[in-house]
Design a protein around this ligand. Structure first.
Ligand code: XLF
Length: 324
């Protein structure tokens, strides 16, 4: 494989000039740039990214940890982040943690050893591990520490909106399918929903899902509900789980929305793929993704961004699983 010495020799310039050109660390005239670039292409030279990262202190690579790549919400979020990062000259190293603490810790080590310039972590299941990390970090949803920016939707408000909608549409026997208790976002949705119900002196039943990443697991959970026809409204903690609940209801011959109205959370593309189309609470995914990556790149470039929790508004998207 060709190296920097050969490039310098073939281009008739010094090694230091080639290094300045490759690492963008100093002046190189336009004429010399063209010469060097021509030789690079002739030799099909590929710079050693890791060596360059150590030298320039910016690998131009960002670690993106997602909890569940098969959830439509997170694959949509990952592609928004990837597109923005790429436009800013950054590459993404994607890690799927499966909401597993050990996997997250392992990826944290891997990302650091690859000298990433910064890390975005979604729904983190760790805390301590982030304390001594010096590279910029932005957290999506779970709050890790007061030294790390957290970005999320206003999940509490979303839970309240979901309750108000079901109540307004006449539901009085309501079931909530709650997310795992380690998901801060879905716990807030649950709290907002229950607080709304309390104001109307209504009791809410709930069952808890253990995860959102295996449809099979969700299915087993929902199939354990025997008395589903006792309910006239269901709020499910996210859209992928809501689609699973809908499948189960239909299998039991329940008419949606005539017998049971149902509402999800996210506004991911599956809302339009299921039948009837799913009413949901939208997370402003475009804005969440863009702000997360913008903040991270800002921190990498040394910008002063206030370290706090940033909340983004949610809103009701009415479709066919609730009355219009
Ligand atoms: O972590 C929460 C639960 O699932 C996240 O925002 C999601 O709603 C995505 O589907």
């Amino acid at each position: 494989m060709s190296n920097i010495r050969e490039i310098a020799k073939k281009a008739g310039v010094g090694i230091a000039t080639v290094s300045r050109y490759l690492n963008e660390t100093g002046y190189v005239s336009d004429e010399v740039k063209v010469k060097i670039q021509k030789v690079i292409e002739e030799l099909n030279y590929k710079p050693n990214a890791l060596a360059r990262a150590i030298f320039t202190k910016n690998s131009k690579t960002i670690g993106l940890m997602v909890p569940n790549i098969s959830n439509p919400f997170f694959n949509q979020m990952a592609s928004i982040i990837e597109e923005y990062a790429s436009n800013m000259g950054y590459n993404i190293l994607l890690c799927n943690t499966d909401d597993n603490e050990e996997k997250e810790k392992k990826y944290l080590d891997v990302l650091q050893s690859h000298r990433v310039a910064g890390i975005i972590v979604s729904r983190s299941q760790c805390g301590e591990e982030y304390k001594n990390i010096e590279i910029p970090i932005v957290s999506f949803e779970n709050h890790i520490s007061d030294k790390i920016i957290t970005i999320s939707s206003d999940n509490y408000q979303g839970g309240r909106i979901a309750f108000e909608h079901l109540y307004e549409k006449g539901c009085r026997k309501i079931l909530h399918v709650r997310g795992p208790q380690t998901f801060e976002a879905t716990e807030l949705r649950f709290k907002g929903f229950v607080d709304g119900a309390k104001e109307k002196n209504l009791e809410i039943d709930y069952i808890e899902f253990e995860s959102d990443f295996q449809v099979k697991m969700l299915k087993e959970n929902i199939e354990s509900i025997k008395n589903i026809r006792d309910y006239d409204g269901i709020f499910v903690f996210n859209d992928i789980a809501a689609a699973t609940v809908m499948k189960f209801l239909k299998k039991r011959g329940v008419k949606i929305p005539e017998e049971i109205q149902i509402i999800g959370f996210d506004n991911s593309f599956i809302c339009e793929l299921v039948h009837p189309s799913l009413t949901t609470i939208s997370q402003p995914i475009q804005n969440l993704g863009k702000t997360t990556i913008e903040f991270l790149i800002g921190l990498i470039h040394g910008e002063e961004i206030p370290i706090k929790d940033y909340l983004m508004e949610t809103k009701l998207i009415k479709r066919e699983t609730t009355y219009s």
